[in-house]
Design a protein around this ligand. Sequence first.
Ligand code: ADP
Ligand code: MG
Ligand code: ZN
Length: 756
Amino acid sequence: MQVCSTCEASTRCGLKDEGLFDLCPKIKTVEKTVKPEVKKEATAAVIDKEVLRRYFGYSEFRQLQQDIILDVLNGNDVLVLMPTGGGKSLCYQYPSLLLKGLTIVVSPLISLMKNQVDSLRSNGIAAEYINSSLKYEEIVKIKSSLLQNKVRLLYIAPERLTIPSFLSFLKGLKISLFAIDEAHCISEWGHDFRPEYRQLKIIGSSFPDVPIIALTATATTKVREDIINQLALKDCKKYVASFNRGNLVYHVRPKQEAFRQIVEFLRTKPRESGIIYCYSKKSVDSLAENLKHAGFRALPYHAGLSASVRSTNQEKFIKDDVEILVATIAFGMGIDKPNIRFVIHHDLPKNLEAYYQETGRAGRDGLRSDCVLFYSYGDRQKIEYFINQMANEKERQIAHNKLMDIINFCETNVCRRKLLLGYFGEDYTEEKCSGCDNCLMPKDEMEATGEILAILSCIEELDEKFGINYCIDVLTASKSSRILDNGHTSLRSYGAGKNLPKKIWHGFIRELLRRSYLMLEGEYPVLKLCQKSRDMLSGSGERVEKIFLVKPEVVEKPAIIEHASDDEGLFEALRTLRKTLADAENYPPYMVFNDASLKQMALRRPCTPEDFRKITGVGDKKLERYGAIFISEIRRFCERLNPTGQPLKKQSSEYVTLEMLNKDMDLDEITLKRNLSLNTVYGHIEKLILTGENINIEKFIKKEKIEVISCAILEIGGETLKPIKERLGDNFSYGEIRLVRAKMKATLAQPPPPDA
Ligand code: ADP
Ligand code: MG
Ligand code: ZN
């Protein structure tokens, strides 16, 4: 291969190859500094919130979106790094509506294109896709609308750009922007390298004046550089959003009776969608089966199933026909479902990258979602076993280090969010996040140096030849025949732990295994000491410092998450309506309206088109298409609630309170006017905050008090109110505590501030 002498190998090369490439970019930059045509468009472009509302139904931009869009409209090349669900699509979809020419979106997954295009069309945006799934005649038709400049966005797969006839067709169009989605696919350093993406170099050489926006959710510094070089982005502006997924709540639980824990968790999430990841196909099948027996709608997904079964199961999941997909990590890449409310890891993921990515599939719509990981020493051993089989020494070491990182994540008693973001190089400055189990429910710890020493001495005395149960039997002075036969009643450790029940000793030993004081070895696993514990026994280790162990709760409470809305069933009714409409059009339900929109409808109960269009996600097209039918459902619901023949109760009681607050009435006025108790009104405000209304609580509670209450909640955990009230005393009311707690939760569920 001939390489252009003016540019380095890393930038796009100026080989004149069959007219597809033209001059070297080093020469061309001079010409490119002025982009007359694009510049002209830019001066005319102003960000217009009305466009945002009309076509997308949103009232505000999310972090960075507005800056990125302005840059794109100004004709700059832009690189966008934003986590999944951050709102990358809007960064090119919005400009496409203002630019004169066509926006071409390159996307790797043919399976997603149709969905994305359908979703744009449902908002009244002219979008098309061209890929191998279309018939010749369909493509001809699309090309003809493209020639008439009737299309705003065209989605294609990267390989299409290498077809010379298609390329020359594009050259005959007015193209204003290229958007490269999943841009990390261009880099071999990324986790999802796709050779076809390398062909995208052709954009720079064939369309030198057209700006490019590259977007990805995963990119290390190396991958970033690679994207910029491969696409030859010029004076490229980089936007890096925080990778904190504020609406995800992280939990790690000991893997004991995992099935029962999962069932209890699922019962708190009726009709909600979620993924449960398992390590092996076998466990996927059996867990899916067991869940079905327990009465849940669950389907399996793994590489061992035929392609048709896999795609049917995926389709059912996307269409909300089943709530739960039990899957190996083979599942997830090709789906864009926004209302995944939980991701459960039944088994330990192999590293934190995988964990971040898999949990990242939850909560794309920005609503609170839970990530639960079950962790046991046995899982750790399983992965260690596979790592030890790796032939390459260096790879083995890397894999091992990564395993240690995720184990550390599981075992830590500090904020998990902080640790996770820290792993990816982001400094999370809050001490506590109030969105992980460690911050929400700090564990009881006890000083346990004596207990640890008892366990370690016992194992030592047993010559490291016995398993967990035997060791505990010795400690608790069991009179089993095995112990009598072995003469172990005469050991010094015999009966040393009589004062505590067996299950507590089990908990301690598991904790010591997790913390690498102990390990299990052999076919009939026996307890072995590790360096840390030998040091401790010999007195050179941590003995002088106190050692704290988490007080073993034998089986913890399930991670019950209380639900914000008590909308008397309206949400459910709207969800059912959505499903019916979606099925009729063969759409996934979220394409009609997402959960955030339905939640707001259930709370605000809009009964006129005017009110309905104020709901998030309701643009003009959706108002026209679905407004009447949703409004009539809401009315019917309100009438049913109001059988006395009184005038139609248009709004929920909370919403009436909201309107009064918006009129700047204070709490006394509201209670008086509505003849409600202060507590009830506090309850309303709490609910309003939790459903996303932006209410400034500083209007009712002094700043200093808020501060004190927040600290107490962070310290004690916010699951129940009573301990907080007891700590704070009579100067603080339950109502005040509830508002501050709601505000903390709601802030957590919102995207981070722009400069985070
Ligand atoms: P990404 O591609 O970064 O994963 P998407 O572009 O698919 O994210 O957007 C994720 C979700 O956020 C979508 O459901 C989208 O409708 C929603 N969204 C994007 N921008 C906004 C906004 N400004 N206001 C409200 N919702 C938004
Ligand atoms: Mg996307
Ligand atoms: Zn935390």
